[in-house]
Design a protein around this ligand. Structure first.
Ligand code: SF4
Length: 219
């Protein structure tokens, strides 16, 4: 299915509320995003996930972002706290963002699924299908020009490909008006004993260079 983000420019609220949660994590809200959350807050399409989840995890960051990062699904910490990338992978992502002078207040981080698969198993294709409408509605509401996909699941979904992330990472892709920059999931840094950090840092430098050379892409 095509991503058609051109069809409707989401009207963002001028009344942005600032809520300082813990000095480092300032959450920006807007009306369209609140409506989106309201609509999906009790989603019950995936029986097994609903039975096991503590929270639906919409994401984390700024709903009027420069860039949207998309991971796979919430893990244990995310499920408990109701926020995306708050565990060890999240710390790795924060370090990578810092390297390119970004923070969570500049970006939004979301997932292919909003509910945690039990024991952190991979998302099932049926679950990805169930969450499809929410997924594209969230992207449309966030209205980014740049998406960074983290790992196989989000990359293959957005690019509608079966190519593995090992072949696609660091290669800038275009889809309609969107620029998509695939990279690995930050959890791979942990699984590889740190070996994947350098590769991800190089991919993040591509994001930085792209932003520096396309200043019209930033909000
Ligand atoms: S993963 Fe998505 S579709 Fe499935 S229950 Fe959660 S929000 Fe609904």
């Amino acid at each position: 299915m095509d991503i058609n983000l051109q069809t409707e420019k989401i009207k963002k609220s001028k009344n942005i509320e600032f809520e300082n949660k813990n000095f480092k994590n300032i959450e920006f809200e807007n009306i369209e995003f609140q409506k989106f959350k309201e609509k999906w807050k009790n989603c019950s399409k995936c029986k097994e996930l609903v039975e096991n989840r503590t929270n639906i995890v919409f994401g984390d960051g700024n709903p009027n972002p420069k860039i949207v990062f998309i991971g796979e699904a919430p893990g244990d910490n995310e499920d408990k706290k109701g926020k995306a990338f708050v565990g060890r992978s999240g710390k790795e992502l924060d370090k990578l963002l810092e390297k390119i002078n970004l923070t969570r207040n500049d970006v939004y981080i979301m997932n292919v699924l909003m509910c945690r698969p039990p024991k952190n198993r991979n998302p099932k294709s049926e679950e990805i299908k169930n969450c499809h409408e929410r997924f594209y509605e969230q992207i449309k509401t966030l209205n980014p020009k740049i998406i960074v996909t983290l790992g196989n699941f989000s990359t293959q979904k957005i690019l509608e490909t079966k190519e593995p992330i090992s072949k696609l990472h660091g290669k800038i892709q275009k889809k309609n008006e969107l620029t998509i920059i695939p990279t690995f999931h930050p959890a791979t840094i942990l699984y590889s004993g740190g070996n994947n950090r350098k590769i991800m840092e190089e991919d993040f430098m591509i994001i930085k260079d792209f932003l520096n050379n396309n200043t019209n892409y930033t909000k």
